[in-house]
Design a protein around this ligand. Structure first.
Ligand SMILES: [Zn+2]
Length: 428
C-alpha cells in the first residue's frame, strides 16, 4: 500500500528547528519513504493544495474512558471532584463501558489530529481493544493503586502483567505499555517499590501523577517529611524512564531533581486550571532542559481531548504568568506535543516528525479557512489560530483513519448510541 500526499504545505525538520515548506510526502506501508518527489505513482493520492500536513499530535497524559464523565462534575474543588463524584461514578462502571468511553475518546482525538496517546485506566483489555480496532497508536497502562502487599494492589499488578503478555507483538506494534503507579498519595512507598520491580522485570517505564495539588504535597509532607518529587527520587523511581504528569507544585529542589534525573514532565494546563490546582512552572523546567510534553488529562477535568486547545493554553498561560511574551513559543509548544512526547515514550526515532524513515503518523489540516489567512507564519497559526476542527484527514502507521472528515475505522453512530446508554444508566 502506498499513499502520496501531493503538493502540500508540511511542517518539516530544518536544522534544529521546524519549518513549513511546500512538498510531497510518499508513504509505503507504515513508513514515510520519500519527501519531495510529487511525480511518484501511488495507490492513494491525496490532493494537498490548501492543506497543511503536521506530525500527528501525541497526547502524553489522558484517561480516554473518562469521556463518559464529561461535564458531569464541574466547578468543584479537586478533592470533592475526585472523591465525591468521579471515584463513586467509576465504581458503577460495568465491563465494556470503558471500551465505549475509550472509543469516544479516540474519535475526538483523531478528529483533532492526535495520532498517539498515553493512557492510564482501570479496566484492562478494553483500551487496547479500542486501539487495535481503530488503528490509532498508544502507550497503555493499568492504573495501579495499593499499599504494602495488599491484595488489591497485587491483583492490579497481575492484571497489568497479563494484559501486556496478551498484547505483545499484536496490532503491528502500535501498542506499547508503561507501568502506572497512580500517584504518591494513592500508592504507599512499599507498593511503589513493588511497582518498580514489576517495571524492571517487564522493561517498562513509569507513568505517574506527581505534585498535582497542594493537598497532595501537604499529605506527602505529613507522612514522609519530604515533597512528592523527593519521595520518588529517594525510592529510586527516576532511575527508570518516567513520565510525570502535572508537576504543578514544585520546589526549586524538585526542579533540580527532575532536571538531573531527566524526568519527562507532562503538563496538562487545562486540567490544572479547571480543577483549581494552579499552573506548573513550565518555563523554568524548559529552561533547565527538562523534556516537557503535553497532555489533556481525562475529559472529566478538561473537558476535551483536543491537543490544539492544550497547545494554545500552554503557549499563552506561561507568558502571562512569567510576564514575558517570549517564553514557550509556538514552535516549542508544538515540540511538546510531537517530538518531545515521542522521546519520552522511547519512540523519538520513529514518531513525532515528518521525516523519511519515520512512521507515517500525519494529520492533514484544511487551511482554506478565514483564520488561516494571510499565511504569515503557519507554526504560529498552529498554536494561536487553530481550533482543531481544521483537521480533515488523519493517517496512523500508514493507514488512513479519517478521510475528508469521515472515520474509516469507527462506526461513530454506534459509539454515540452506546455512550448515551451508559451515561443514562451510570450518571442519572
Ligand atoms: Zn491523570
Amino acid at each position: 500500500m502506498s499513499i502520496l500526499i501531493k503538493d502540500v504545505l508540511a511542517v518539516l525538520e530544518k536544522g534544529d528547528g521546524l519549518a513549513v515548506e511546500e512538498t510531497s510526502i510518499y508513504i509505503e506501508n507504515d513508513t514515510i519513504t520519500d519527501i519531495g518527489d510529487a511525480g511518484r505513482s501511488a495507490d492513494t493520492v491525496i490532493d494537498g493544495r490548501n492543506k497543511l500536513a503536521i506530525p500527528g499530535l501525541i497526547n502524553n497524559h489522558t484517561h480516554a474512558y473518562m469521556t463518559l464523565f464529561r461535564n458531569y462534575a464541574d466547578d468543584l474543588p479537586f478533592s470533592r471532584w475526585l472523591f465525591d463524584k468521579i471515584l463513586p461514578a467509576e465504581d458503577g462502571l460495568a465491563p465494556g463501558d470503558s471500551y465505549w468511553g475509550t472509543m469516544l475518546g479516540i474519535m475526538e482525538m483523531i478528529k483533532t489530529g492526535t495520532t498517539c496517546f498515553t493512557d492510564m485506566y482501570i479496566y484492562i483489555n478494553e483500551t487496547s481493544r479500542a486501539v487495535d480496532e481503530t488503528g490509532i497508536r498508544a502507550c497503555l497502562s493499568r492504573g495501579l493503586v495499593g499499599s504494602g502487599d495488599d491484595e488489591g494492589g497485587r491483583r492490579r499488578l497481575n492484571e497489568a502483567k497479563s494484559e501486556i503478555e496478551y498484547w505483545k507483538g499484536k496490532a503491528n506494534d502500535r501498542i506499547s505499555f508503561i507501568a502506572a503507579p497512580h500517584a504518591p498519595y494513592s500508592c504507599d512507598d512499599r507498593f511503589l517499590l513493588k511497582v518498580m520491580d514489576f517495571a524492571k522485570e517487564n522493561n517498562l517505564g513509569i507513568n505517574i501523577h506527581l505534585s498535582e495539588s497542594r493537598n497532595e504535597t501537604a499529605e506527602i509532607y505529613d507522612k514522609y517529611k519530604c515533597t512528592p518529587t523527593e519521595l520518588l527520587d529517594r525510592l529510586g523511581v527516576f532511575e527508570l524512564n518516567t513520565l510525570a504528569a502535572h508537576c504543578v507544585h514544585l520546589t526549586d529542589t524538585d526542579i533540580d531533581i527532575l532536571a538531573d534525573k531527566r524526568v519527562n514532565v507532562v503538563t496538562c494546563p487545562v486540567s490544572n486550571l479547571k480543577l483549581g490546582n494552579g499552573t506548573a512552572p513550565i518555563a523554568k523546567l524548559a529552561e533547565r532542559g527538562v523534556n516537557v510534553c503535553l497532555g489533556t488529562d481525562g475529559a472529566a477535568s478538561n473537558n476535551m481531548l483536543n491537543m490544539f486547545k492544550e497547545l494554545q493554553f500552554v503557549t499563552l498561560i506561561h507568558k502571562g504568568k512569567e510576564e514575558k511574551a517570549d517564553v514557550i513559543s509556538a514552535e516549542e509548544g508544538l515540540r511538546f506535543a510531537t517530538s518531545n512526547a515521542a522521546k519520552a515514550l522511547g519512540l523519538g526515532d520513529r514518531i513525532g516528525k515528518i521525516k523519511t524513515g519515520y512512521k507515517a503518523d500525519i494529520a492533514i489540516l484544511d487551511i482554506d479557512k478565514p483564520q488561516y489567512y494571510p499565511r504569515n507564519n503557519l507554526l504560529s497559526a498552529l498554536a494561536y489560530s487553530t481550533c482543531g476542527d481544521e483537521v480533515s484527514t488523519v493517517i496512523v502507521d500508514g493507514k488512513i483513519l479519517m478521510k475528508d472528515n469521515e472515520f474509516m475505522t469507527i462506526d461513530s453512530e454506534k459509539v454515540k448510541y452506546n455512550i448515551n446508554k451508559i451515561a443514562d444508566r451510570l450518571l442519572k
